[in-house]
Design a protein around this ligand. Structure first.
Ligand code: ZN
Ligand code: ZN
Length: 397
């Protein structure tokens, strides 16, 4: 029997190509090599080859003969060496959070959604500017879960999109309805003294439903799995907790404005993941923080595409239901969760996604352990990365 609340995406479209542009991540890494199948162009590569950065002065300054170089610019009439100025000030900056622009392509149709918005406006806006993000084309913002390192740039993003989309439909902000008044962590161990002396760290308030509507967004509250952008992308409902060891954040806490109290809340049940399906590649999973546990996320995404009723879709290819790429925060950094790395690696080997980009809160220990167990399949996420996932015969648009 199929659970009515199970995460399934029966109307998910098979895309010709998927582009992921990382606007915010903890890491800056445009140097580590990446498998060709992920179609990665780093921001540095784009800046290296951007003809707008052609340094006219330097190009004039030295001839190929003078430099004894083979790098003669065949376009240049005066024989000067073509030199592109690379300004490190143009490279995106890391921040503790996540934001990925997701572009789906099918035939002549493109749809864009923004997955999370990073921890604060300044970093989000500056990186978006450096990446030349076309705000007018963003139709939906999906928030993975109510944590400020994912929602902190949202009001700025909505403002930018509203200004850019004048005359077009308002941006839809897809949210879980259970918005906490505030979240944070408890610094005191349970049992260490009376509860009234416990100490908490508050992370600040997430944007409110009213504030978002006032800023010109259309709020869509969703508890169950659904698709957006004409079926280009799927947003999950609650992520079932199936493993024994993925038990959330032990000292995670939630503040209530009404009761003026903190209460422990290890599980973050409002978290959702996003999926897309790419022709002859498979399923791409975007996960914000994986507080549900990354193996729970991946196992559930895998199961969502093994539901028997999905086989009625004729465009589905037999080999196209496997996980191709898992991207986002795996939340395996920090003393209370690093103990789960061994079991996570074991289960991820079983689930067997072809590639993984553990970013944001994953931590280097988990990345190293995954790479050791699955060599060549783990990559850095990194701000400014632009993945173009498409069948081998497609070229980057
Ligand atoms: Zn989180
Ligand atoms: Zn996070």
């Amino acid at each position: 029997m199929i659970d009515a609340n199970a995460n399934t995406f029966p109307d998910l479209v098979e895309l010709d190509a998927l582009r992921l542009t990382v606007i915010v991540d903890n890491e800056v890494d445009f140097m580590t090599s990446v498998p060709k199948a992920l179609g990665l162009t780093t921001q540095a590569q784009r800046l290296f080859t951007d003809k707008r950065n052609l340094d006219k002065e330097k190009s004039k300054g030295l001839t190929a003969e003078q430099a004894g170089s083979e790098a003669r610019d065949t376009d240049s009439k005066d024989g000067a060496i073509r030199t592109i100025a690379f300004d490190f000030g143009d490279v995106c900056c890391g921040a503790h959070g996540l934001s990925i622009l997701v572009t789906g392509i099918k035939g002549d149709i493109e749809h864009r959604m923004l997955f999370d918005t990073g921890p604060q406006p300044a970093n989000f806006l500056e990186n978006a500017k450096r990446l030349e993000i076309e705000f007018e084309k963003i139709e939906v913002i999906v928030l993975s879960h109510w944590h400020v390192d994912h929602s902190g740039g949202m009001m700025a993003a909505v403002d930018k999109i509203r200004e850019a989309r004048h005359g077009l439909s308002p941006v839809v902000v897809d949210l879980h309805p259970d918005r906490p008044d505030q979240r944070g962590v408890c610094l005191t161990k349970p049992g260490d003294g009376p509860p009234e002396l416990a100490e908490y760290v508050a992370w600040g308030k997430d944007p409110s439903f009213e504030g978002l509507e006032k800023a010109g967004a259309k709020v869509a509250k969703n508890v169950l799995a659904h698709t957006i952008c004409e079926g280009f992308f799927g947003v999950s409902g609650v992520i079932p907790r199936r493993t024994s060891y993925e038990t959330g954040i032990p000292n995670h806490a939630r503040w209530s404005d009404d009761n003026k109290t903190w209460s422990l809340e290890p599980e973050i049940m409002d978290e959702r993941y996003v999926v897309a399906r790419v022709k002859s590649k498979g399923i791409v999973v975007l996960t914000g923080c994986s507080h549900a546990g990354v193996t729970n996320v991946c196992q559930d995404a895998k199961m969502a595409f093994q539901q028997p009723q999905l086989h009625q879709y004729p465009d589905r290819q037999e080999n196209n239901n496997e996980l191709f790429f898992v991207v986002g925060g795996f939340h395996l950094a920090g003393g209370s969760v690093e103990t789960r790395i061994k079991e996570t690696v074991r289960d991820m080997q079983e689930i067997n996604p072809l590639f993984m980009a553990p970013g944001h809160c994953s931590g280097w220990r988990a990345k190293a352990a995954l790479e050791q167990a699955m060599p060549g399949r783990v990559i850095s996420l990194g701000v400014g990365s632009d993945f173009f996932i498409a069948p081998e015969d497609s070229s980057s648009a």
